[in-house]
Design a protein. Sequence first.
Length: 85
Amino acid sequence: MGRSTKRRNPFSFFFAAKKREQYLEQYLLREYRKGRSIAEILDDPYIRGWSTADERAKLLERPNVVSEIGDHTRVELSAARGVAV
């Protein structure tokens, strides 16, 4: 068996972490849209198995997560007060 002629990027490990963060973000937002609480999602075996406590904390600081959760919360609060958004 010969070696692959395809060259590997020696810095690919940098990109693997970013890809994993993207997958975790997508999972978090998908489950949040289904109505699950953030605490429940962060305690999910999938999230816990693929991230450390620090990575889960950073996940909540990602702009897409903050934006979507904030928008959803604003809509809920406006609906509770009877104000149109």
